[in-house]
Design a protein around this ligand. Sequence first.
Ligand SMILES: NC(=O)c1ccc[n+]([C@@H]2O[C@H](COP(=O)([O-])OP(=O)(O)OC[C@H]3O[C@@H](n4cnc5c(N)ncnc54)[C@H](O)[C@@H]3O)[C@@H](O)[C@H]2O)c1
Length: 274
Amino acid sequence: MSGAHPLRVGIAGIGAVGGSVLKALQTMPQFKVAGVVGETVPVAMETLDRLGESHHLAMEIGELAECSDVVVEAAPADAFLSIARPALARARTLVVLSAAGLLDVYDSVTALLAQQQQGRLILASGAIGGLDVVKAAASGAINACRLVTIKPAAALASAPWVTDHGIDLANLDGRLLVFSGTAREASQAFPANANVAATLALAGPGPERVAVEIWADPVLDRNVHEIRIDGDFGEMSVIVRGRPEPGNPRTSRLAAASVLAVLRDLTSHIRFGT
Ligand SMILES: NC(=O)c1ccc[n+]([C@@H]2O[C@H](COP(=O)([O-])OP(=O)(O)OC[C@H]3O[C@@H](n4cnc5c(N)ncnc54)[C@H](O)[C@@H]3O)[C@@H](O)[C@H]2O)c1
């Protein structure tokens, strides 16, 4: 695609990730920002103002899908289908960050893609490392896949699992195991924190076969993800200690960078990795 007209990129969700992607795209001539979608049009306009980006257009998702070649989804997990549906119905490329949102409605999305036959969905690797190996490993048998996530306590405090169970994360005096279960359970209990678990599940052995632990740490200033996978290919263990985005302690900076890597791949004749 390089050398062609700029690729029109629409951004659905302009929080920590969407804002970073928006800023970065201005320096990349192969892309043109088609517009942005927020919780509502006035909220998106306010956000653009605050970011000093009010020259961009805020619009509804249907309009964004219409005028974009690629839609970047960077909104809360529960908004996932409201963004995916219009984008895929218009056969756009949808670049997804809310893996937990995708996991919840995976069957509806695959049905939509099968019906449409032209749209495509690319799940960005987000805050994770080693997804190339997990994908390749899924060609053979995977015996075990385990994820240990450790986040600053404040990044987990508003998760449904924490509030429903009355877990007090404000006064920890050491690291606390907050959750242990499958990737499917993690993505329901921590929709804003279990994207790595959902990504591993979708690319690898499935949501019931990824074992997840989530820990809260009172002093940590990184989002840590440790992945261990064992299969026909051999074994891999990877640890990523991601710096958080300034605008959202739950989110690693790597998430926006992974979206930019996907977009660069879409416009390049050369691709590295799987
Ligand atoms: N895959 C990964 O590894 C990974 C890593 C980080 C974040 N994420 C996910 O990516 C998404 C974005 O993360 P973030 O840190 O930018 O979140 P954020 O909370 O900083 O920003 C989300 C933005 O979406 C807006 N919004 C709310 N409802 C919307 C709707 N219906 N349509 C469009 N926008 C809407 C909010 O106003 C906010 O500005 C989240 O779902 C997050 O969990 C995934």
